[in-house]
Structure formats: structure tokens, C-alpha cells
Write a protein that binds this ligand. Structure first.
Ligand SMILES: Cc1ncc(COP(=O)(O)O)c(C=O)c1O
Length: 469
């Protein structure tokens, strides 16, 4: 590297007499591996400051990503506990490592809380995310080449069902349900025909754009007729199910539910398997799917944080879930009243935390999501049923989990819709909407629906108290 050239991380590398490489250390792409004095301390400082800036930005923003939420202080604290540093392969009481006595007690508690919250007979808290939980189910209940029923991505399914996602990895073939665009759910009559004709082994219900419950009850007789098992992906709606505000798939005939634990269930980034089955063979397969199927260690710090989040949801989840759905509905109505094309107007827009808005008139999903983000409103572009190209999503997806968590209600949803209208219909300059959004958010920056409610929601915890040197 030529003296004076800057390293990829922005700090001076290889300046003056500083050693450019040691012991034949040539580096990658021209950047020396041996850092210049102070370079890595500056890099650590830079990472911290970027994350701090991110937190400050979210504190001022209106966060409307349907899959995001905020962690409670007691759960957050466990993420940096010593559990983070440990391994505990296996199940409580049957570990491969020593030193797991407290881990075992916490995991046992976590499993009890999960079964109680979801009113079911089986739980496994070892999947490290929703996708990993899906892989565990596929590993447990399918073989390569099996047919598995699911929805299409364009109808709101998660990439887990795609050939380039978990389905493809396991080598199973999707059998797509027919979709009723008017009712925005599975077309039961046509799907019955498909299932009878193709006879998949497993049927997955669950979406990433999840507005209305799935007709599992109605399809159950067909599943029984063809001998298929029902599987529910509750990544998005787990917190609503637990709070009694959405369908209860494990009591409608699904043998297993996989989920993320950080969307409407406001826990740590993690995954979970839940089941309602007396069949020890199925339980064994699901446990084997989780470990050693798709995990080795299961992020014990997140598992402990999950135990806290499950306990908090047992205490506060019913009210939180009710208000989350109420806010989604209020936002949909307020946008509809201002001329936005909110899907499902004849059906009450949504029964969940999510709403979908077709924004072709406003410039299309990509342009609108960007414009909103520039104005301090965080949402995502989304493919909607009927979109011509997967590359040009015609809509945006909005969710109420986080705004509800910081205490906003229907009145604030009206104000959020006013910001949308001002920015996207009335030409109010972006800088002014940024100010309005921050002003609205100012009163809603602390956590609700958890112990230690009132703690700052976007606080950056500076553990060391001095910059790296
Ligand atoms: C329906 C569905 N399943 C699974 C996942 C994956 O969850 P994770 O991000 O926890 O892997 C998502 C993510 O948004 C989802 O929407």
C-alpha cells in the first residue's frame, strides 16, 4: 500500500513509519491487516457513534415497520449478561457442557411460560430466529422432495416458503393455495380442490403481510382427509395470538406453530416452536429439528430475555395486543379518510397489527417508502396481490407494534395519517414533515406494557463511560 493511502475503514493506515504489514501480512484488497496506532480504537468509536445516531434517529421517528418492536429494560439487561458467553447444547438436565445449572432453570421457566402464554402442550425455545424455527419444522416434519402447501410471496408469504429460501434449502416443493384477492385470504373452495388433487404432506399457514386470520378451521377437514399436518408461521402475529386478539392456530388444528419472538411479541430477536400434540414422536422430531437439526448453541442470553418477555406478555400482553390492533385499524381508517387506497376497506382493513396501502398514485412502493423515511416516518415497500412485477412493489406495509409500545393511541394515528397526507398529497416540504414527526414523537419515547414502564425506549446504554483508547 502506498504511504498515506487511507484504509477502507476511513482512518489513516500505513502513514509515515507505521508498519504496513508484519510477518508477511499483506492484507486484503490493499488494506494492511496490522492496524495503524489508534486506528481500531477510532473504528470502535465510529461504530458506537453510528449506533448512537441510529437510536437518536429512531427516537425522533414514527416507526411503522410491522415486524419491529422494542425490548423491555429487564429483557435488554439479560442480553449483555454472562449467559451471552456460554454454551448449553441439548435440553435442560441433558446438556453436553458443564456449568449450566442456572441456564437449565431459566430455560425450564422459559418453556413453562411459553406453554402457559400460548395455552399449549409443547414449546422449544432453541431456534435463534423465526427463519431458523421454520427450518426446524421443515427438518422435523418433511423429507427432501415432499410437497408442502403454502401461500405465494405475492400474496404475502415470507421468503421461507420460496425456493430461494428455507423451502429450497430443505428441498421441498411448494404447493400454492388459491388466493381470494377480494377477501385478502385463502380461497377455501379452490384450495380444497388443489389440496385433494396434489395431497401435500404438510400445510403452512401464515404470512408476512398478515391482515386477516387464515381459514384453518374451514380447511381442517380437507387436511384430515388427505392426511396432511397443519403448520402455522406466527412470526408476525404471535403477540396478538398470545394476547387473545387473533386466531388460535394450535386450537384450530395446527400441530405446530413457529414464530419470531420480536414482532408483535415484544421480545428479543429469537425464535420459538410451539405445539399442541400428545404424540411423543412429533415432539421428538421437533426437538431434533431445533437441535441438532438447525442450531448448535441457542443464544442463552436471548433465551433468558425471552423468559422475561413472556412473563411480561402474560402480565401486560392482553391490553397491548388489543391496543395494537385498535391502532392499526385507526391508522387504516384515517388514511382511507384522506384518500389513500388502504386495502380491505370493505372488510374493516385489518384484524391484525398490519395494514397495506396501494400507493401507485403516490409514486409506487419504493419511492413512497423512501420519501417517508426522509421525512422521519419508517415503513417498507411491499408487493401487493396483483402487482405486475416483483421488482416494482405497488404498496407499502405499515404496522402498529412499536408506536403502540411507546403509548400512542387512535388520536396519534390520526396525526400520523395527517403527516402522510401532507407529505404525499399536499406537497408539504420534507423538512417540515421531519419537524412535525419529531414533534409528535416527543411525547412518546418511553416504554409501556412492561415492568419498569416509563424507561427511555431508545436509550443507548453506555456501559464503559469513556471512549475506547
Ligand atoms: C411470516 C414470517 N416468518 C418468518 C419470518 C422470519 O423471521 P426472523 O426474521 O425472525 O428470521 C418473518 C420475518 O419477517 C415472517 O414475516
Amino acid at each position: 500500500m502506498a504511504p498515506g493511502r487511507r484504509g477502507a475503514l476511513g482512518a489513516a493506515a500505513g502513514d509515515g513509519d507505521a508498519p504496513v504489514s508484519s510477518s508477511g501480512n499483506g492484507g486484503v484488497g490493499g488494506t494492511p491487516l496490522a492496524p495503524a496506532p489508534g486506528e481500531m480504537a477510532a473504528t470502535v468509536a465510529r461504530v458506537r457513534s453510528l449506533v448512537q445516531r441510529h437510536s437518536e434517529r429512531f427516537e425522533r421517528s414514527i416507526p411503522l415497520i410491522a415486524s419491529e418492536n422494542l425490548l423491555s429494560p429487564y429483557a435488554k439487561e439479560l442480553l449483555i449478561s454472562d449467559f451471552h458467553s456460554r454454551y448449553a447444547e441439548g435440553l435442560p438436565g441433558e446438556r453436553y457442557y458443564e456449568g449450566n445449572e442456572q441456564v437449565d432453570q431459566v430455560e425450564t421457566l422459559c418453556l413453562e411460560l411459553a406453554r402457559r402464554l400460548f395455552r399449549c402442550s409443547f414449546a422449544d425455545v432453541r431456534p435463534t430466529s423465526g427463519t431458523v424455527a421454520n427450518l426446524a419444522v421443515l427438518k422435523a416434519l418433511t423429507e427432501t422432495g415432499d410437497l408442502v402447501g403454502t401461500s405465494r410471496l405475492a400474496d404475502g408469504a415470507h421468503i421461507s416458503s420460496a425456493s430461494f429460501g428455507a423451502f429450497g434449502l430443505r428441498g421441498v416443493k411448494p404447493v400454492y393455495y388459491a388466493w381470494d384477492e377480494e377477501r385478502m385470504t385463502i380461497d377455501v373452495a379452490r384450495t380444497r380442490e388443489i389440496l385433494r388433487a396434489v395431497r401435500p404432506k404438510l400445510c403452512l399457514f401464515g404470512l408476512s403481510l398478515f391482515l386477516f386470520p387464515m381459514p384453518i378451521d374451514e380447511l381442517r377437514p380437507t387436511l384430515e382427509e388427505i392426511g396432511a399436518r397443519g403448520w402455522y408461521d406466527g412470526a408476525h402475529v404471535a403477540g396478538l395470538i398470545a394476547g387473545g386478539e387473533f386466531q388460535d392456530p394450535l386450537h384450530e388444528g395446527c400441530v405446530v406453530m413457529s414464530a419470531s419472538t420480536h414482532k408483535t411479541l415484544p421480545g428479543p430477536q429469537h425464535g420459538i416452536l410451539l405445539g399442541q400434540t400428545d404424540d411423543p414422536e412429533v415432539v421428538k422430531k421437533l426437538q431434533g429439528g431445533a437441535f441438532p437439526g438447525v442450531t448448535s448453541n441457542h443464544h442463552l442470553n436471548a433465551m433468558a430475555a425471552l423468559a422475561v418477555s413472556l412473563a411480561e406478555h402474560l402480565e401486560f400482553g392482553r391490553e397491548y395486543a388489543r391496543r395494537t390492533v385498535e391502532n392499526a385499524h385507526a391508522l387504516a381508517q384515517a388514511l382511507h379518510d384522506r384518500g389513500f387506497d388502504v386495502l380491505g376497506a370493505d372488510l374493516g382493513f385489518t384484524r391484525s397489527h398490519t395494514i397495506a396501502v396501494r400507493v401507485e398514485r403516490e409514486g409506487g412502493g419504493e419511492a413512497v417508502a423512501r420519501k417517508l423515511a426522509d421525512a422521519g416516518i419508517v415503513a417498507n415497500k411491499n408487493l401487493l396481490p396483483g402487482d405486475k412485477s416483483p421488482k416494482r412493489p405497488g404498496g407499502i406495509r405499515l404496522g402498529s407494534p412499536e408506536v403502540t409500545r411507546v403509548g400512542m393511541g387512535p388520536k396519534e394515528m390520526e396525526r400520523v395519517a395527517e403527516l402522510f397526507d401532507a407529505l404525499l398529497h399536499r406537497g408539504r416540504p420534507t423538512e417540515e414533515v421531519v419537524r412535525d414527526a419529531a414533534e409528535l414523537k416527543r411525547g412518546f419515547t418511553t416504554l409501556k406494557y412492561c415492568f419498569a414502564a416509563g424507561e427511555a425506549a431508545y436509550r443507548y446504554y453506555d456501559l464503559v463511560g469513556r471512549p475506547p483508547a
